[in-house]
Design a protein around this ligand. Structure first.
Ligand code: 9Z3
Length: 329
């Protein structure tokens, strides 16, 4: 495509993004989110007298929904348990990062992987003599969940922001990106959320529950504008950006990851296949492909530990290189 064609394509994308945001239902708790983000960024910014900002990663996690009715009864969902995002959050915190955990309500939470499915009912017991107590088999798991999670929040190193719909998610991602601009290359985006590709624009969506009995349902879904380009070039142009590519056909996986890397100018794309995603992934950058596997012989070894280790190295090199460029400018 020549320069003129590129400019036209960019203008068309900008118009689609603008129309998505203009027509999206506004976030209900926008004031609280803004305040939490402001406080979090301030706590993680360089204080007078100290040399540098903490590294901050925005981890997105879980799938976005696409409502079919404004007073939503039905919706389309994207698969993601949130395990990748929750586990990665723990490893980033361990590596000294502060984390904004942008997650789908109801999906996996950091430090909770050892808890049973219904922790409230299964982990506790009540007797008249001793009141509420943790049941013995869960005492370590509950201690870990409560102590590590609460410490990260209290120290201002973990901020958790829940979303449900594609409208919430993209508006919140935009807010996070704008807030992290002030820390420049110290910001990292780790986009593990499974994001809808198609949606029903708010203004063309039925207000009330769609009635059955009228025969087959015809519904037009339009493409969600590719916000990765916006994130990379405008929202957070100095941050290190990593997206994920999920496929079910392993034969096209690396090719698609490479295409995403180039198209959206990501610094890294992590390629994973649905069935093996907990065992292995490939980290694709402009000049290498790093295959990462968990060690099945090692109890508790998780692929996220290896992913985060590589990312920490790459991001450090990126920050050093950016400092160098800034100081020479
Ligand atoms: C992923 O590929 C994640 O690794 C998984 C993690 C969702 C597979 P779980 O949450 O699974 O641990 O159960 N996320 C990105 C999926 C996605 O929507 N990618 C888009 C695409 O492939 C690009 S943004 O086109």
């Amino acid at each position: 495509m020549d320069a003129n064609g590129q400019q036209k394509a960019q203008e068309a994308l900008d118009a689609e993004i603008k129309s998505f945001f203009d027509s999206a239902p506004p976030l209900r708790n926008i004031e609280d989110i803004s305040k939490d983000l402001r406080n979090f960024v301030e706590m993680n910014s360089p204080q007078a007298g100290t040399e540098s900002a903490r590294k901050v990663v925005c981890v997105t996690s879980g799938g976005t929904t696409v409502p079919l009715e404004q007073r939503c009864v039905r919706y389309i969902d994207n698969f993601s348990s949130g395990h990748r995002g929750a586990a990665s959050t723990e490893y980033f915190l361990k590596a000294g990062y502060s984390v904004i955990f942008l997650y789908r309500k109801g999906t996996c939470q950091p430090y909770c992987n050892l808890l049973p499915e219904d922790p409230f009912l299964e982990c506790f017991e009540f007797t008249e003599e001793s009141g509420i107590q943790v049941r013995q088999p869960y005492s370590e798991a509950v201690k870990k969940a409560i102590s590590e999670h609460h410490a990260a929040i209290a120290d201002g190193r973990l901020l958790k922001l829940p979303f449900t719909t594609i409208f919430d998610y993209l508006q919140m991602l935009h807010m996070v990106a704008i807030s992290l601009r002030s820390i420049g290359p110290h910001a990292l985006f780790y986009l593990a959320a499974a994001v809808s590709d198609f949606y029903v624009p708010w203004e063309s969506m039925a207000e009330h529950k769609i009635q059955s009995g009228l025969g087959p349902l015809d519904m037009r879904l339009v493409q969600v504008p590719k916000m990765l380009s916006g994130l990379r070039s405008e929202w957070a142009p100095t941050a290190y950006c990593i997206s994920f590519k999920l496929e079910t056909d392993v034969k096209i996986l690396l090719e698609k990851a490479n295409a995403a890397l180039k198209k959206y100018k990501m610094h890294m794309v992590i390629a994973n296949e649905l069935l093996t995603r907990k065992e292995e992934v490939t980290l694709v950058t402009g000049n290498e492909k790093i295959h990462v596997r968990r060690d099945p012989e090692l109890v508790g070894d998780e692929v996220e530990k290896h992913i985060v280790k590589h990312i920490v190295e790459k991001h450090s090199a990126y920050v050093d290189n950016s400092d160098h460029k800034v100081s020479r400018a």
